[in-house]
Design a protein around this ligand. Structure first.
Ligand SMILES: [Zn+2]
Length: 214
């Protein structure tokens, strides 16, 4: 259901073998924040699926806490404690939570982290890309959220925009905007991976012969 277009692989495959966990916020009985025409959980899931698609095209393995409305019974909440237990049982190298913000008169994405330099750097990279994409500048900030606090891997929460802002809500519901926004989250995360970890496939491979010529 994610894509009607064929999933063209991205050139490179520098994310080959990387494991990314994506957690779309809320779901089931818990809609999250409410906009004029939508609920947060729906937008979170759509953007998370677009993000999964970019990572998979780049060769990464993506695990999602839930990937379809049918995954959470409509009368149930997906408790944060259960999410973290599930997330920490995976071999994920990074966690990206997706949420929508809510506050009157505000707009623009914002990236949060709780602790540690790797999470801080990841938040900075993703925020930089989202600022470039949206021409907004909400600063990276620390936030004490259960999932971020208890995840055992570097973790960020991307608040993709304000569902309470009618103009931004319309953008967040637009599949093209969702794909673009997901692209920039992907690019920021990929930059973080490349900066902080050499791809194992490149380390193990022999160096390109042109580098050996004196
Ligand atoms: Zn939320």
């Amino acid at each position: 259901m994610t894509a009607t277009t064929p999933a063209t692989p991205l050139a490179g495959h520098l994310m080959q073998g990387r494991v990314v966990v994506i957690d779309p916020g809320h779901g089931g009985f818990d809609p999250g924040a409410i906009g004029r025409q939508s609920e947060e959980a729906r937008i979170n899931l759509q953007i998370a699926l677009a993000l999964r698609d970019w990572f998979e095209r780049a060769g990464a393995r993506v695990l999602m806490t839930w990937s379809s409305p049918a995954d959470i019974p409509p009368n149930r909440k997906y408790r944060v404690e259960d999410r973290v237990r599930w997330i920490n049982a995976t071999d994920g190298e990074v966690l990206i939570d997706i949420h929508c913000n809510a506050s009157a008169g505000a707009w623009g994405p914002q990236v949060f982290y709780w602790d540690g330099t790797p999470s801080r750097l990841l938040a900075d990279y993703v925020a930089e890309e989202l600022h470039y994409f949206t021409h907004t500048h909400r600063a990276v900030a620390r936030i004490d959220q259960y999932v971020l606090r208890h995840a055992r891997m570097p973790a960020i929460n991307v608040e993709v925009g304000f569902i309470t802002n009618p103009r931004e809500e319309r953008q967040l519901l637009d599949p093209m905007y969702q794909r673009e926004l997901a692209w920039y989250i992907f690019v920021g995360t990929e930059r973080w991976f490349l900066r902080s970890h050499w791809p194992p496939s490149l380390i193990k491979a022999a160096p390109p012969t042109e580098l050996l010529v004196r």
